[in-house]
Each structure stands twice: as C-alpha cells, then as structure tokens.
Design a protein around this ligand. Structure first.
Ligand SMILES: Nc1ncnc2c1ncn2[C@@H]1O[C@H](COP(=O)(O)OP(=O)(O)O)[C@@H](O)[C@H]1O
Ligand SMILES: [Mg+2]
Length: 234
C-alpha cells in the first residue's frame, strides 16, 4: 500500500452556473519517503491539489487515502488533529503570525512537532539567524518565505507539502533551502511534495508529475536524482 493514494479526485468551483474544474479526475500514489515534484503552468491546479491532499480543502468527489484511510470522510475536528500530527506545509502566501518575531514563528512550528529541534540551527540553514528578533513587517518577501520554510522544518512532520518554496528566493538561497528539504528527506524519511515553476527543481525528485488544466499529463520516475547544488536555475 502506498502512503497516500489519490483516487479520482475532482474539485470544482462554481462561478454562477458554470463549473470551473480546478482538479479534473486526478489519481496519484505517493510512497513513503519519496520526493514528488509537481510542475505545471499557473492556474493548472497545483495549489488546489496540495491543499486537497493535505486536508486543508475539501474535494468535490474522490478519495484521498493515508495508510488506507480516506481523510475526505474525516470531520473538521478529526482532520485538524490529523494535520497537526502528520502534515507540514510551506504556503505560497507564507501565512505567518504577524505579532510574533522570526524566532517565535519558528518556535510555533517546533512546538507542533514531536522531535526536539535546534531553532538557531534551522534559522542558520535558511540564513535568518541575524534577523531572529525581527517582526514580519520588517522582512522582505523572500525573508518571510524563509521564515515559513524554517517553521515547517522545525515541525519536522511526516509529510511535507511545499507550495513554490523557492518562488521568492535567489539561486543561492533557493538552493540552500532545497538542500535543507532533501536533508530532511534523507535524515527522517520525510515524504515531500514540492510544487514549482522552476523546471530545474524537478531533478531533485524521485517522481515528476506534470499538471495542466486540472489533469495529470504525465508521471515520470527520475532515476538520476541530482544534488540541489547542481541543478540549473531559472
Ligand atoms: N477559491 C477559489 N474560487 C474559485 N476558483 C478558484 C479558487 N481557487 C482556485 N481557483 C481556480 O482553480 C484553478 C486552479 O488554481 P490553482 O490551484 O491556484 O492553480 P496553480 O496553483 O497551479 O496556479 C484556477 O483556474 C483558479 O482560478
Ligand atoms: Mg499556486
């Protein structure tokens, strides 16, 4: 059995009388400890897929099974508990706590997790150590993105969903962040699902999934994984 089995998932949004299909019959298996990279143009359903897979959004129909249990059937309370226990998330829109500083935001992540982590160490990884006392409004977009990444790394969850984790970062910082993700994958067998616009990032994945217009166009096994340091950027 795969860790996650997505079966025939449909998600549409109603606009007046029209149905706008964000996900149009998606099926996909995710194995434990795997890195999956999802590529696709803007509007192809990447964020919707991630949100549904992680139980953040409800599907219109279909199943999302974790270890054989369909999380689409869970109550709100049960899904919140499930997410808290199993899921880490790097949001495209950061979702940081504005009235906490950098260190405290990352501490929130660490407190949700069940492993002891060194927050200064994580801040070092994302090059934010010297900003640790700053509030969110004092940070650039890229710095906020790194706080969001640090928070997810601190939680050290079983499955980590990353929505364009390097979208606001330059090559050097972006590669450092990807190294941290790959490191977590190797050290803790963290299952990673990474969305990106950057085609170079596909080469760090075990599996490469292409989306277009809410449909999976292809699923490819990547036999030649490369180190984030060596990927072509941009
Ligand atoms: N809350 C929403 N209400 C209506 N339409 C939405 C909503 N969220 C996403 N969509 C639509 O679903 C499609 C897929 O969006 P999204 O998953 O954000 O794509 P991507 O992340 O690949 O850019 C788009 O056509 C988008 O406009
Ligand atoms: Mg998106």
């Amino acid at each position: 059995m795969s860790l996650i089995e997505i079966k025939n998932v449909v998600k549409y949004y109603k606009l007046g009388n029209e149905k706008n299909y964000a996900l149009d019959h998606i099926s996909l298996n995710v194995e434990e400890g795997e890195i999956i990279v999802i590529l696709g143009p803007s509007g192809s359903g990447k964020t919707t897929l991630l949100n549904c897979m992680s139980g953040l959004e409800k599907v219109t129909s279909g199943k999302i099974m974790y270890d054989g249990k369909d999380i689409c059937k869970y109550s709100d309370h049960k899904i919140t508990k499930f997410r808290k226990k199993n899921i880490g998330f790097i949001f495209q829109t950061y979702n940081l706590l504005e009235n906490l500083n950098v260190y405290e935001n990352v501490l929130v992540g660490a407190n949700l997790g069940n492993r002891k982590v060194d927050i200064d160490d994580i801040l070092e990884t994302v090059s934010l150590k010297r900003h640790k006392k700053k509030m969110m409004y004092q940070l650039s977009g890229g710095e906020q993105q790194r706080v969001s990444i640090a928070r997810a790394l601190a939680k050290n969850a079983k499955v980590m969903f990353c929505d364009e984790p390097t979208g606001a970062l330059d090559e050097k910082t972006g590669k450092k962040v990807l190294e941290a993700l790959v490191d977590a994958n190797e050290k803790y067998k963290t299952t990673m699902i990474i969305i990106t616009h950057n085609p170079g990032i596909q080469y760090i994945g075990d599996k490469i999934v292409r989306l277009n217009s809410g449909k999976i166009v292809s699923v490819e096994e990547n036999k030649n994984k490369i180190n984030p340091k060596d990927i072509p950027w941009g």
